[in-house]
Design a protein around this ligand. Sequence first.
Ligand SMILES: [Zn+2]
Length: 180
Amino acid sequence: METQTNEAKVEKSNKRSWNLEWDEYFMALAFLSAQRSKDPKTQVGACIVNNDKRIVGMGYNGMPNHCKGEDFPWGKGQTAEDNKHLYVCHAELNAVVNKIQADVRGCRMYVTLFPCNECAKIIVQSGLEEVIYYKMQDPPKEQIVKATKKIFEHGNIKLTEYKRERGTEFKIGPEDSIIL
Ligand SMILES: [Zn+2]
């Protein structure tokens, strides 16, 4: 009896006063995933979570499989076909196709940047129910933002801006930190 009481005391005093909230956890993972991106300008990460709070897909912006960096541009290039936008797979697309279950119907996506209209289509078609984004592009591309919002509105996607409630700062790279 004596021992049990002592253990209980230790456990109580060792209880952490701070731990990651679910939203912080999933958004932090999206940011961590973004750190894998080779894009020199914009690194985006996405994390798909099911209703049991299990992670079922992760992605970051990158070239298609087998398309090597030396053969594909990471900028606007000299000619029209040298533009990275023609080739890059966005984080949201990669998170959906990297899914580890049959489909992502009813799941939520955490993404570090407001999705473009192309990804908005993929999000609706894949059956996701909610998108939580960390921030808008700076400056925002108005036409794309409008199109994404319209697709989500009609496609029944709940769109939520991430709330930085606790202001926890994370260092996620040599030069980058995020506030969650
Ligand atoms: Zn996109």
